[in-house]
Design a protein around this ligand. Structure first.
Ligand code: CMC
Length: 431
């Protein structure tokens, strides 16, 4: 941050207040209103935080108009093309790309944390078999604070580091176990000779009765999905993690809070909701009916997988994901799947329809990731858990950044109160 030489002036009831203007390294300037309440006795009003910066961060930058996404300054397209998920994890956590020795050390540490405390297997068995895997994940990740007491002290940088390693390493194991549990198959232990994405596919799709070989092209597509979802600045779930962490809550509890927030259909749950919508549409000839519903102001229906709060021209992650979707569909030869035909047709219609063009509603990353995951054989209920395990590194990087900030404060938004003014209690016979 920050040059405080420029100021903006606010005039209210004949008095003026100077608001320092802070300049980021890139992006719009920010008015510093921290002293406004103390000086002018007013709050600012911004439901949905559409114009409010709640923290400084040096991790991820998004330019929604340009369709630009940078992790630590590196464009997402270059990372998707040249990097891999664990290298991106290192970058997000540490700020710089690793050299060979740093990468080998990081990879070694992650792979040695992939197993879960054996007692957690019993914990899983307390859930109903038909629980949504996200419900199981919220519970199990929250419960990790009851199993890993030696990494709960948020004031100890080493313990913070160990908690970060544990979560990045164990989230794929937890997500795969939640899936196996929901379909009644035995849990599959991680294999540390496999790379991160291949190991996840192995834990989801192998069974003890048969040999399972991970197809490298599918592992690559999975790795890409993970990279593209790794962080996304101050979105709802990341802000939830920061807010939970600002009270000093332990890191496992904070990440469980992030998973809970991500589950909503307007956020990470959109990939599942998108596939369910494609299923509901069913056949190409029914698309116009759903497009008409999406345009109808009196119908709450929205085209899931379209639109974004920040990207108003295109979602750069969706561009990369579309390439991967085409590759995976070619590889698996599943072009005749009616659901995927509906998806392709819907994409074309929405891209050329005046309403969607005018409102800048483009297919987002979840539209294409849902198509890939469906083609790979994942049930829709696993789409959001895959988003969650991929985003864990972003949440932890943001949480660590917040905890290390000496100026950190507990998060406490204010409100525009619209309720009753003070009034006297009425005895029941007088109501
Ligand atoms: N289908 C039809 N109309 C839409 C859609 C849509 N998917 N999205 C927005 N609109 C309309 C909306 O009705 C509004 O119209 P009007 O101006 O007439 O009132 C206008 O476009 C602006 O929408 P908004 O709701 O004010 O935009 P927002 O920035 O608050 O919402 C969003 C962004 C992502 C919540 C919304 O576009 C949406 O619900 N999309 C579907 C869910 C989805 O795919 N979410 C995943 C986002 S990407 C993954 C992630 O990062 O979490």
């Amino acid at each position: 941050m920050a040059d405080t030489k420029r100021t903006a002036t606010l005039t209210l009831d004949g008095k003026t207040y100077d608001l320092p203007v802070l300049s980021p390294t890139v992006g719009p300037d920010v008015l510093d209103i921290r002293k406004l309440y103390a000086q002018a006795d007013v709050f600012t009003y911004d439901p949905g935080f559409t114009s409010t910066a709640a923290c400084d961060s040096a991790i991820t930058y998004i330019d929604g108009d340009k369709g630009e996404l940078l992790y630590r300054g590196y464009p997402i397209e270059q990372l998707a093309d040249k990097s891999h998920y664990l290298e991106v994890c290192y970058l997000l956590l540490n700020g710089e790309l690793p050299n060979k020795a740093q990468m080998a050390d990081f990879e070694g540490r992650i792979t040695r944390h992939t197993m879960l405390h054996e007692q957690i297997h019993n914990f899983f068995r307390g859930f109903r078999r038909d629980s949504h895997p996200m419900a199981t994940m919220v519970g199990v990740v929250g419960a990790m604070s009851a199993f890993y007491h030696d990494s709960l002290d948020i004031n100890d940088p080493w313990q913070r580091e160990v908690a970060a390693m544990r979560m990045i390493a164990k989230l794929p194991t937890i997500a795969a176990m939640a899936y196996k549990y929901s379909i009644g198959q035995p849990f599959v232990y991680p294999r540390n000779d496999l790379d991160y994405a291949s190991n996840f596919l192995h834990m989801c799709f192998s069974v003890p009765a048969e040999t399972y070989t991970v197809q490298p092209a599918l592992a690559k597509a999975m790795d890409r999905i993970m990279m593209l979802h790794a962080d996304h600045e101050q979105n709802a779930s990341t802000s939830t993690v920061r807010l939970a962490g600002s009270s000093g809550a332990n890191p496992f509890a904070c990440i469980a809070a992030g998973i809970a927030c991500l589950w909503g259909p307007a956020h990470g749950g959109a990939n599942q909701a998108c596939l369910e919508m494609l299923r509901e549409i069913g056949t190409v000839d029914r698309i116009p009916e759903f497009i008409a519903r999406a345009k109808d102001k009196n119908d709450p229906f929205k085209l899931m997988g379209f639109g974004h709060r920040v990207y108003k021209n295109f979602d750069p992650r969706a561009k990369v994901m579309k390439e991967s979707a085409d590759e995976v569909l070619d590889l698996l030869g599943v072009h005749n799947n009616p659901l995927l035909q509906v998806a392709k047709e819907l994409e074309q219609i929405a891209l050329h329809d005046e309403y969607f063009i005018e409102k800048k509603l483009y297919p987002n990353v979840d539209f294409y990731s849902g198509i890939i995951l469906e083609a790979m054989g994942f049930p829709t209920s696993m789409f959001t858990p895959i988003f969650a395990l991929s985003r864990t590194v972003g949440w932890i990087s943001q949480w660590k950044e917040m905890i290390s900030d000496p100026a950190g404060k507990i998060g406490r938004p204010r409100q525009l109160y619209t309720g009753a003014v003070a009034r006297d209690y009425l005895e029941v016979e007088n109501r």
